[in-house]
Design a protein. Structure first.
Length: 263
C-alpha cells in the first residue's frame, strides 16, 4: 500500500498549481484563473495523469495493471496536452485578429502609430498576445523563438511591415489589413477542417471504448473476464497485448486526423 500512497503523493506534488496568474495588458494588471489548456500544457500534463492512473491501478489491482494504467494515463495526458496547445494557438490567433483590426482602424483614422499601438494592445483579449504585439509595433522586431503557429508568423510579417514603413514612410494600414484577412481566412479554413474530421474522431473514440464495454458485458453475464485477465498468465499476456494494440490504434488514428487537419 505504501508505494501506491507515494505515487499519489508525487502526483499531487507534480500537478500544476491552480493559483491565479497576473499579467500586464496595456499598462494595467489583469487577473485570471488558468484554464484547462494552461493546466495541461506543461510536462506535468503528461506525468500527472500517468502517476495518478498508475497509483490507482496499484491500489486496486496488480503491478501489471498499474503499469498499463500508467501508460494509458500518459497517453491521455499527451492527447490533452496536444489539444491544449491547439486551443491555445487558436486563442492567440483570434486575439491577434481582433488587435490587428483595431490597429488598422486606428491607423486609417489618422492616429499616430504609438497611439494606435496602445489601442490595439488594449483591444487584445489574450495577455500573451498583447505582450508580444507591443514590441513588434513599437520596435519592429519579430517575436523571439520559433515561428511554430500562425499568430507568430503573422507577427513576423507585421514586424517587417513596421520596419518598411519606418524606412520608406509607406502606409502601414494596408499591410496590417492584409495580414488580418489572411489570418482570419486561415482560422476559418482550420475550423472547417475540424468540422470535417469530427465524425472520424467520434468513431475512433467509440471504437476505443468498445473493449471496456466488452468487459462490462462479460461481468454482467457472470463470466468475470477481469479476474481472468489479471490472475492468470494467459490472461495477463492477452491484457498487455490488448492494451498495446489499443494504444497503437488510438495513436495511429489521432495521427491520421492530425495530418488531415494540418493540410
Amino acid at each position: 500500500m505504501s508505494p501506491a500512497l507515494l505515487c499519489l503523493t508525487g502526483a499531487l506534488l507534480c500537478w500544476p498549481s491552480a493559483a491565479r496568474s497576473t499579467r500586464l495588458v496595456g499598462g494595467r494588471s489583469t487577473r485570471r484563473r488558468p484554464d484547462l489548456p494552461a493546466l495541461v500544457a506543461g510536462p506535468a500534463g503528461i506525468l500527472g495523469p500517468a502517476v495518478l492512473a498508475g497509483g490507482a491501478g496499484l491500489v486496486l489491482s496488480t503491478p501489471v495493471v498499474a503499469g498499463l494504467a500508467a501508460g494509458c494515463g500518459g497517453a491521455v495526458g499527451r492527447a490533452l496536452r496536444q489539444r491544449a496547445r491547439a486551443a491555445a494557438a487558436e486563442r492567440r490567433s483570434r486575439a491577434l485578429v481582433e488587435a490587428l483590426g483595431a490597429l488598422a482602424a486606428e491607423l486609417r483614422a489618422g492616429r499616430p502609430l504609438d497611439e494606435a499601438t496602445a489601442a490595439a494592445v488594449d483591444c487584445c483579449p489574450d495577455p500573451a498576445t498583447a505582450g508580444a504585439l507591443g514590441p513588434v509595433l513599437r520596435l519592429g522586431e519579430p517575436p523571439p523563438g520559433p515561428t511554430a503557429d500562425e499568430s507568430t508568423r503573422a507577427l513576423v510579417r507585421v514586424a517587417a511591415a513596421v520596419r518598411l514603413s519606418s524606412w520608406t514612410g509607406c502606409s502601414l494600414a494596408g499591410v496590417v489589413t492584409a495580414v488580418e484577412d489572411d489570418l482570419r481566412a486561415r482560422l476559418h479554413a482550420e475550423q472547417e477542417l475540424r468540422s470535417a474530421v469530427a465524425g472520424p474522431r467520434a468513431s475512433a473514440a467509440v471504437l476505443a471504448g468498445l473493449p471496456v464495454l466488452g468487459l462490462l458485458m462479460g461481468s454482467g453475464v457472470g463470466a468475470d473476464p477481469w479476474r481472468v485477465l489479471t490472475t492468470t498468465g494467459t490472461g495477463t499476456v492477452l491484457l498487455v497485448l490488448g492494451v498495446a494494440l489499443e494504444l497503437a490504434g488510438t495513436a495511429w488514428s489521432a495521427r491520421l486526423v492530425r495530418r488531415a487537419v494540418q493540410r
